[in-house]
Design a protein around this ligand. Structure first.
Ligand code: GLP
Length: 255
């Protein structure tokens, strides 16, 4: 595992964007695993700028980590009223680059059978030849994607209930004028499993800010446990890069 500590959030974002861009330049039809949350926003903005400067996404294939159950992108609503992860990705990244719509994959939170959707998602990842590089953040409960504490480390794409901490954190990302009250937040998700994530050929995990310091130290230096699903990074046998700013790295014993 290669842990890189940068001065601030902006430096982490650009380093992550450069890492992803290097793969796309080497492999124009790269299969990227993508993440939501506030942390990757800067990386997406930097990749959009790189696209304006010539980076080509026309053959890139993407798989997002997760989606809320009951949610699916609805472009007839204003962005503020559509809190799906699909809409987040569309507005913050996809609509600004030349990716083909058919190459974008996000679990459908409104599928008739969420169980079937999970199976289909795994099959689509396999059909694409697996994920070349998976971008990851980390949640306050130490989770990857929506793999809350207790999720088996060999889990596949599955339906996952969300913890109070995760809902509290993610509600902050909902638009204030979304019309959705905290108690009406979706409490379930479809998420890639930890085992699915560990099958990617490379991992790129990013975290910024002091509030991530304790989960980062638990995940990178603590016990490998499904109480902190991101600690599975220690089991990963391929190349794993962790990009942190000084705040997120501040509790690492070996920094
Ligand atoms: C959600 C997402 C995770 C993300 C986490 C942290 O739970 N499902 O993929 O890593 O939020 O988000 P943030 O970057 O906003 O701290």
């Amino acid at each position: 595992m290669n842990i890189i500590i940068r001065r601030n959030k902006g430096d982490v974002s650009i380093a992550a964007a450069e890492h992803i861009a290097a793969l796309i330049r080497k492999k124009p039809a790269a299969v990227l695993g993508l993440a939501t949350g506030a942390t990757p926003l800067g990386t997406y903005r930097d990749l959009i700028q790189m696209h304006r400067d010539g980076l080509d996404f026309s053959r890139v294939i993407t798989f997002n980590l997760d989606e809320y159950i009951g949610y699916r992108m609805n472009l007839s609503l204003p962005y503020s009223k559509d809190q799906s992860y699909a809409r987040f990705m569309y507005e913050e990244f996809f609509r600004h680059i030349n990716i083909q719509e058919s190459n974008i994959h996000i679990p459908d939170g409104r599928a008739d059978s969420p169980e079937e959707e999970c199976r289909k998602y795994e099959a689509l990842i396999s059909k694409a030849g697996g994920i070349d590089l998976q971008l990851l953040g980390i949640g306050r409960t130490g989770h990857w994607a929506f793999n809350e504490p207790g999720t088996p480390l060999d889990s596949r794409t599955h339906i996952q209930g969300l913890s109070k901490e995760t809902l509290d954190d993610n509600y902050r990302l909902f638009f204030h004028n979304s019309g959705i009250a905290r108690q009406d937040m979706p409490v379930c998700s479809i998420t890639m499993g930890v085992g699915t994530i560990l099958e990617a050929r490379a991992l790129l995990m990013i975290a910024t800010g002091k509030r991530k310091a304790s989960v980062i130290s638990a995940a990178l230096e603590g016990e490998i446990t499904n109480r902190v699903t991101a600690s599975a990074i220690q089991l990963f046998t391929g190349p794993a890069t962790v990009l942190l700013d000084r705040g997120a790295a501040s509790a690492l014993k070996n920094r």
